[in-house]
Ligand binder design. Sequence first.
Ligand code: 2U9
Length: 357
Amino acid sequence: MDDLRQKYLDAIAGAGDEAAIEDVRVQALGKKGEISLKMRELGQMSAEERQAMGPKLNALKDEITSALSARKASLADAALEERLAAEWLDVTLPGRPRPRGTIHPVSQVTEEITAIFADMGFAVAEGPQIESDWYNFDALNIPPEHPARQEHDTFFMARAAGDNRPPHVLRTHTSPVQIRAMQGTGAPIRVIAPGRVYRCDYDQTHTPMFHQVEGLAIDRDISMANLKWVLEEFCRAFFEVEGVELRFRASHFPFTEPSAEVDIRCSWEGGTLKIGEGNDWMEILGSGMVHPKVLAAGGIDPDEWQGFAFGMGIDRLAMLKYGIPDLRAFFDSDLRWLRHYGFSALDMPTLHGGLSR
Ligand code: 2U9
């Protein structure tokens, strides 16, 4: 009996996995197992022998049964330990930093401008960035000999020999968008045209691509007084200053007559710009009454309709509002400076998502 016990205890101790334990169980306690057969032999024994052997065999059966389950449990524990060691995860490791995106100041300022003019009833118009020279120049009363049409001011599209389509340029202003809008909807009309424009120029205050917003309001009796009110209202809202003061200076543009450049009252104390106070004036935009020839080019009868137009540089407005010193910062790939100027993360809701920028 002791041999039997030791044999199975050793076999259980040596079983390396669940299948081996099951083999030992079948050998010892299965239907034809060694211990089961011995228990069956009890039937043929005398009463005294049975009394002596019965409890011993039962005790052996119990001992082997519990040794089997103890071994099974310890193998399961070992397997779990092994998995825990292999699949260990250090939850104290700091996460990998993900760079946050920001709204570009030019986009943000375009949204701001669009919202302000929307409140005054101006819709947004868009158009191609590659324009025929008719839309970019002729329709705007810029004659062929005008300096703006020279190679060194304008990006002309290359044309293959024999290509006799009209010359095309990268638009130098968004004015062609308004010509198209006039042709499309006729008068009355109230639109702004924000977008990219291109000129051959590069220094601290000029980049070859920059952003403009131009406005146009045509009706039967639109006057310079309406222009003045709209621009004052715009500057009050944009610069968030109640007492803005504008100064209209006579000027000349081919597409407006009369024309005026507009300055805003400001101060430059200690190198910081303050809008709406002080004794300095800073030019912020150009404007005027739309030239009759330009109305006609847009398919609108100048004897029946009149209106104002204005144009301003969005990049420059962004610099003025947010104190950005150099235009070229807009093209910097390091976005830390954007955060410095307080521009918000990409998840900021925008008023206008579809500009051609
Ligand atoms: C149409 C008719 C007239 C738009 C105008 C200006 C004056 C102007 C400059 C401001 C700074 C360009 O970005 S800038 O360099 N613009 O001074 N723009 S009037 O006049 C128009 C536009 C469209 C059909």
